[in-house]
Design a protein around this ligand. Sequence first.
Ligand SMILES: [Cu+2]
Length: 146
Amino acid sequence: MKANRIYAALAIVAVLAIAGCGSSKKSSSTSSSAPATTSTPATTSTPSSGGGGSSLKISADPNGNLKFNTSSLSAKAGNVTITMSNPSSIPHGVAIEGSGVSKTGSTVNQGASSTVSAKLKPGKYTFFCPVPGHRQAGMQGTLTVK
Ligand SMILES: [Cu+2]
C-alpha cells in the first residue's frame, strides 16, 4: 500500500513536471487539439489604390429563406470580392458567374462567411448560392460591374 502511494505521488509529480515543462516539446505526442479551426480566409483588404475593384458584403437570409439580403449589387471593374455572411442554419455560399467568369466560394455553416473574388470587366454578372437547388429557388442576383 505504502509503495503504491509513493508511486502515485511520483506519477503526479511526473505529470505536473511534463505539463509544466514547455508546450513546445509535447506538441506531437498527444495533441488531439482540433487543428485548422482558425483558417482566417485571407481577408484581402483590397488596397483601393490600384486597379479599382470593389469589396461587397452581403448576407444570406437569416430566416431560412433561400435568398440573399439583396438581389442587385454593383461594383467597379477590377478585382471584385463578395463576402457573404451566413446567419442562417442552412449552409450557403456565394459564387459569381457570367461573361466567361465562373468562381465559387466555399459553402459555409451558420455564423461563418463565404468569400468569392474575381477579376471582372464591366458588364452584368450573376451572383448566386452554389448549394444545389438554392440558385434555382431564387438565391441569386445581378452584379453590375462598371
Ligand atoms: Cu444557399
